[in-house]
Design a binder for this molecule. Structure first.
Ligand code: ADP
Ligand code: MG
Length: 256
């Protein structure tokens, strides 16, 4: 396969250990702007671990050791010169369980821009907040109650608030770890529609347990199994004519 476009993020031969548990075994995978990459595979195969390497969330786990190379626009994100707070603004993350801060809707979205000094004035900040909420498809639902607590929103709204919070600091990459698994089907559909809209502006990686969801939202699918990346390719090909037997067994439901 020849890849002519330049990747936004590149992972090369990434290994992750938790003490002696070899959780990720030499994974190489690129993320591109304008593209959603789905990470699928049975529970415990290393999807979350790999995803967390991409913005160094694993730094917070004492037993965790990461080897290999991961670059963002060609720059090694594990280099000593990298400011991890800055990195996590450029590579945002959305978690399985919506985790709004115990603050107002406004302050949830304004949090990152305030930390990073992105607004010169209150008017600037208002603009950043409203734009992020619009991009997250939440503005119309919350514009009259920006001072209400973020935690008072429904689960689906909370997840879109968390997406707005990530977007507010102008990320280049968005990582999502099973972002819909705590949501009902209607809220899931809204988040999926949102992911589709966002893909034009960001490189997106999404871990999902749902093969239907992977098929709906992604252009590339990577199948993980026991710490290996068994196969990566165009989503339609992975689901219709996978090259590896382990992939075929998984997508046809023979194990999971
Ligand atoms: N914080 C952690 N500390 C120790 N081991 C972990 C931690 N997170 C994950 N693991 C281990 O790493 C392996 C991969 O887990 P994980 O990345 O969570 O898989 P997945 O997201 O595919 O379900 C598992 O063996 C799991 O027990
Ligand atoms: Mg996981």
């Amino acid at each position: 396969m020849t890849e002519t476009r330049k990747a936004k993020m590149m992972a090369k031969d990434v290994h992750v250990f938790y003490d002696t548990n070899h959780a990720v075994k030499g994974i190489s995978l690129d993320l591109h702007q304008d593209e959603v990459t789905a990470l699928i595979g049975p529970s415990g195969c290393g999807k979350s671990t790999f995803l967390r390497c991409l913005n160094r969330m694993n730094d917070t786990v004492a037993s965790c050791r990461v080897e290999g190379e991961i670059t963002l626009d060609g720059e090694n994100i594990y280099a000593p010169s990298i400011d991890v707070v800055q990195l996590r603004a450029r590579v945002g993350m959305v978690f399985q369980k919506p985790n709004p801060f115990p603050k107002s809707i406004y302050d949830n979205v304004a949090y990152g821009p305030r930390i990073h000094g992105l607004a010169q004035s209150r008017t600037d900040l208002d603009e950043i907040v409203s734009t992020a909420l619009e991009k997250a498809g939440l503005w119309n639902e919350v514009k009259d109650r920006l001072e209400s607590p973020g935690t008072a929103l429904s689960g689906g709204q909370q997840q879109r608030l968390c997406i707005a919070r990530a977007i507010a600091v102008n990320p280049e990459v968005i990582l999502m770890d099973e972002p819909c698994s705590a949501l009902d089907p209607i809220a899931t559909a809204k988040v999926e529609a949102l992911i589709d809209e966002l893909k034009g502006r960001y490189a997106i990686a999404i871990v999902t347990h749902s093969m239907q969801q992977a098929a709906r939202v992604s252009q590339k699918t990577a199948f993980f199994h026991m710490g290996d990346l068994v196969e990566i390719g165009d989503t339609t090909e992975i689901f219709t004519s996978p090259k590896q037997e382990r992939t075929r067994d998984y997508i046809t439901g023979r194990f999971g």
